[in-house]
Write a protein that binds this ligand. Structure first.
Ligand code: MIG
Length: 680
C-alpha cells in the first residue's frame, strides 16, 4: 500500500509514473503533524553544517523517528558507507567530488528512498529535487532525522500487507519500483568487458587497445572515447585530425565486434561558428541569470553555457545533437559532468581575482593565508553559483521559472532523458547504451549509471559491493564502478581482485584517469590470468544477463543483501561483504590486499564453485555456517544456493560469440534444478 502526501506545491520531477493504487492526501498542518512532519525555521533547524542555506527557504520540514537499537535503514542508492545506512549523515546533493571517503555525505546521485526495518518495515520516498538531509543516527545514535529544505515536496510511504518479514522487504521494493517505472534495459553487448581511459587520443590509440586485447585472448566488446576525441571539447564534434574518417573507423571497429562509446559533457562551449552553441543562444535553450543573460561557467572547454534540460524544447534540441554520432554508427554514450560540475562561474571568478588582488602586499597570517587558498578552492561547484541561474522548466501547468538550486538534483537526470528520448525518436529500432554520472530516481528509466571518480583503493572494491543492492532498490540496474579505480595508481593484485567482483556486475568497465598508471589488463605480468578471468565473465554472461532481465521485468533486485533472505539469522543480517546475485548464487569477493582467502558465512548449505578457467572448476558441498575459504589471486569462488542452478557457457571473444546452445548447468549438490535462460 502506498500513501502519497502532498506538501505545499511540489515541483513535478516525473519520478513517479505509475499511480495505480496510490492513496493521496494533502499534507496540511494537521496531517503533517499526524505523520510526524514539523515545520521549522530554516536557521534554527538541525544541521551539522550550520544554517540551512542551500535553497534559501525560510522554512524547512523535519521528520524525526526513534530507532530501536537493532533497526536497519536500507537505501539511499549511490552513496558512501554501508548497506545499513545507520550511523552517518547523508545529503542529497549531486556532487562532482572525486574523493569518495567516509567523511563525504553526497556523491553524484540523489536517491531519496529508504526502507526502515524495525518493529515495522516501511519505505519512504521523498520526491524533492533540492536538498534533503538524512541524519540516520548521526546527531542522536538512535534517531533518524530527515530534513527537507522546502515546504513543497511529495512524500510517499510504502507499507506491505504480507506477513513474513522476508517477503515484506521485496514487496516494498517492488511496490516502489513499480511506482517509479520500469528500469532501463541495456543492449546485450554492454554486458561484455569494456575498456576506457581518459587519454586515448586518436584512432591509433584505440586500435592498439583492441589489437592487444584480441592478441591476448581477452574478450572485449567496447572501447570508450573520453573528451579528447572532440574538437576542443565541443559536444557533438569529432576531431578530424585524430579521426580522419570517423564513420569508416566506426564500421571497421564494428567488424571486429567493438562498439565505440563516446562521452558527452553537459556544458556547451562558447565559440562563434559552433552550431550547437549558436543555435542554443538563438533559441534561448541555455540556463539564464537573473538579468536574462546566459549563465557562463568554466568547464573543460573553458567558458560554457548549460543547456536547460528542464525545458522540453531544449531537451529535444540537445537530444538531436546525438544524431551526428548515431549517423556515424555509434550506439552507446556516457553523459558526464551533469551534476552539473563547474570549475567556476565567470562572475565569481572576477570577484575572486579582485579579492586576491587585495592580498598582494599583505603580511599573510593564519587567517588570511587560509582564506587566500579557500578563495581559489571554493570556486568549483559553488552553491552561490548554483543559486545564480534559472531554468524555464516544463511543468504540467506550463513553463515555470525556477532557480537552479531548487532543482539541482534533476539536472543530470534530464540530460539523460533528453538523450534517451532522442534515441527513441531517431533510431527507434535500436537499443542504445546510455549511462550517466549524475542521477535522481526517475532517471533509471532512461539509462544506467557509473559511480564516478573512485580510486585505486582496496576499500573501493568493498564500496562497489555495498552500493549494488542500494542502487537496485532505487531502480538503477545497469550499474558499475570504474574497475581498477579511476584515480591513483593501480597494482596488479588490486586489479585482479576487482576483476573478480566486476565480473558479476552489469557494467564491467576498466577506466582510469589521465596521468595514472596504465591499467589495461594486458599491461601486467600475469596477462594470462586476466584472460582466464574475463573469459569466465563471458561464460557467466548468460546468467548475469538473464538475472538482470528478470529483475528489470519484475521490478526486483538483482543484488540482494543476505538480510533480505535470512532476516532472522544474525550473521546474515550483519553480512555486508557478501551478497546474493540473482536467484541462484552468493558471492563473497576478496577485497583485502595480500589475503589468500577470507571468512565466508553460509546461511544455508551451499555448493562452492571454485573456478580457474572456463573449463577448469570444481564443485564442493559446504554446510551452513562459518568457513575460511582459500581464494588464490587468480581464481574465483562463489556459491550456488540449495536447489538452484546456473548456466555456464563456453565463453566467447565478444558477447555475440557466446554460444548459449552449449551451456553447462552447474547445479547445487543433490539438486536437479532447472534454469530459465533469457537471451533475446
Ligand atoms: O573531471 O572526461 O568522471 O570518468 O574520464 C574529469 C574526463 C571529467 C570525469 C569522469 C571521468 C572522465 C573525466 N571526467
Amino acid at each position: 500500500m502506498i500513501k502519497e502526501y502532498i506538501f505545499g506545491k511540489p515541483f513535478e520531477t516525473y519520478a513517479v509514473v505509475d499511480r495505480t493504487g496510490i492513496i493521496t492526501e494533502v499534507a496540511n498542518e494537521d496531517v503533517a503533524k499526524r505523520i510526524g512532519f514539523k515545520k521549522d525555521e530554516a536557521d534554527r533547524a538541525l544541521s551539522p553544517y550550520g544554517g540551512i542555506t542551500w535553497d534559501d527557504s525560510e522554512y524547512v520540514m523535519t521528520y524525526a523517528v526513534d530507532m530501536g537499537k537493532d533497526d536497519i535503514v536500507y537505501g539511499l542508492g549511490e552513496n558512501i558507507r554501508g548497506i545499513n545506512k545507520r550511523g552517518w549523515i547523508y545529503e542529497s546533493k549531486c556532487s562532482d567530488d572525486p574523493i569518495h571517503d567516509e567523511f563525504k555525505s553526497s556523491l553524484y546521485g540523489a536517491h531519496n528512498f529508504i526502507m526502515m526495518s524495525g518493529e515495522k518495515v516501511y519505505g519512504l520516498f521523498i520526491d524533492y529535487p533540492g536538498r534533503v538531509i538524512w541524519d540516520i543516527g548521526y546527531s542522536h545514535i538512535n534517531k533518524m532525522q530527515v530534513l527537507v529544505c522546502s515546504e513543497n515536496f511529495k512524500l510517499y510511504v510504502i507499507n506491505s500487507e504480507v506477513a513474513d518479514k522476508k517477503e515484506q522487504y521485496r514487496d516494498i521494493i517492488k511496490q516502489f519500483r513499480k511506482m517509479i517505472g520500469q528500469s532501463y534495459v541495456a543492449p546485450r553487448w554492454a554486458f561484455g568487458f569494456q575498456q576506457s581511459r581518459w587519454g586515448y587520443q586518436n584512432q591509433g590509440d584505440i586500435e592498439a587497445v583492441v589489437e592487444n586485447y584480441r592478441k591476448n585472448n581477452i574478450p572485449i566488446d567496447a572501447v570508450y572515447m573520453d573528451i579528447d576525441y572532440m574538437e576542443r571539447f565541443k559536444d557533438f564534434t569529432i576531431d578530424s585530425e585524430k579521426f580522419p574518417a570517423f564513420e569508416k573507423f566506426v564500421s571497421k571497429m564494428k567488424k571486429q565486434h567493438i562498439h565505440l562509446v563516446p562521452i558527452i559533457d553537459a556544458g556547451v562551449k562558447i565559440e562563434e561558428g559552433y552550431d550547437t552553441y549558436e543555435e542554443g543562444v538563438k533559441k534561448n535553450y541555455f540556463c539564464k541569470e537573473e538579468d536574462g543573460n546566459n549563465f557562463v561557467a568554466g568547464v573543460w572547454p573553458g567558458r560554457v553555457h548549460f543547456p536547460d534540460f528542464l525545458n522540453a524544447q531544449a531537451r529535444d534540441w540537445f537530444g538531436n545533437g546525438y544524431k551526428v554520432l548515431l549517423d556515424a554508427g555509434i550506439d552507446g554514450f556516457w553523459n558526464d559532468m551533469n551534476e552539473p560540475a563547474l570549475f567556476y562561474s565567470e562572475k565569481h571568478l572576477k570577484e575572486a581575482f579582485d579579492e586576491i588582488e587585495t592580498y598582494k602586499d599583505k603580511n599573510l597570517d593564519i587567517d588570511t593565508f587560509f582564506r587566500l587558498g579557500n578563495i581559489v578552492r571554493g570556486l568549483g561547484n559553488n552553491l552561490g553559483d548554483y543559486k545564480s541561474f534559472y531554468h524555464r522548466a516544463t511543468q504540467p501547468e506550463g513553463e515555470m521559472l525556477v532557480r537552479h538550486d531548487h532543482v539541482h538534483n534533476i539536472y543530470g537526470y534530464n540530460m539523460t532523458r533528453a538523450a534517451s528520448d532522442a534515441f527513441k525518436r531517431l533510431v527507434p529500432h535500436k537499443n542504445i547504451l546510455m549511462f550517466s554520472r549524475a542521477s535522481y530516481i526517475g532517471m533509471h528509466r532512461y539509462g544506467g549509471i557509473w559511480t564516478g571518480d573512485n580510486y585505486s583503493w582496496w576499500s573501493h572494491i568493498l564500496l562497489l559491493l555495498k552500493m549494488l543492492p542500494s542502487l537496485n532498490m532505487c531502480g538503477f540496474m545497469y550499474i558499475g564502478a570504474d574497475m581498477g579505480g579511476f584515480g591513483g595508481n593501480v597494482t596488479e593484485d588490486l586489479l585482479m581482485r576487482w576483476t573478480e567482483l566486476s565480473m558479476f556486475v552489469p557494467l564491467m568497465r576498466n577506466h582510469a584517469a589521465a596521468g595514472t598508471r596504465n591499467q589495461e589488463l594486458y599491461r601486467f605480468t600475469d596477462t594470462e590470468a586476466f584472460a582466464r578471468l574475463v573469459n569466465i565473465r563471458y561464460a557467466l554472461i548468460p546468467y548475469i544477463y538473464s538475472e538482470y532481465m528478470k529483475a528489470v521485468e519484475n521490478n526486483d533486485m538483482m543484488y540482494i543483501p543476505l538480510s533480505f533472505e535470512y532476516p532472522c539469522d544474525k550473521y546474515a543480517v550483519n553480512a555486508e561483504d557478501q551478497m546474493l546475485v540473482g536467484e541462484s548464487i552468493m558471492i563473497a569477493p576478496v577485497y583485502t590486499q595480500n589475503a589468500t582467502g577470507r571468512y565466508v558465512y553460509l546461511p544455508e548449505n551451499m555448493t562452492m564453485v571454485r573456478i580457474r578457467a572456463v573449463n577448469d572448476y570444481e564443485l564442493t558441498e559446504c554446510k551452513a555456517g562459518h568457513h575460511y575459504v582459500d581464494v588464490a589471486l587468480d581464481e574465483v569462488v562463489f556459491f550456488i544456493r540449495e536447489g538452484h542452478a546456473l548456466p555456464l557457457a563456453g565463453s566467447g571473444q565478444y558477447v555475440d560469440d557466446i554460444d548459449v546452445g552449449e551451456v553447462t548447468l552447474l547445479r547445487a549438490e543433490g539438486s536437479n534444478a532447472d534454469y530459465e535462460l533469457i537471451w533475446d
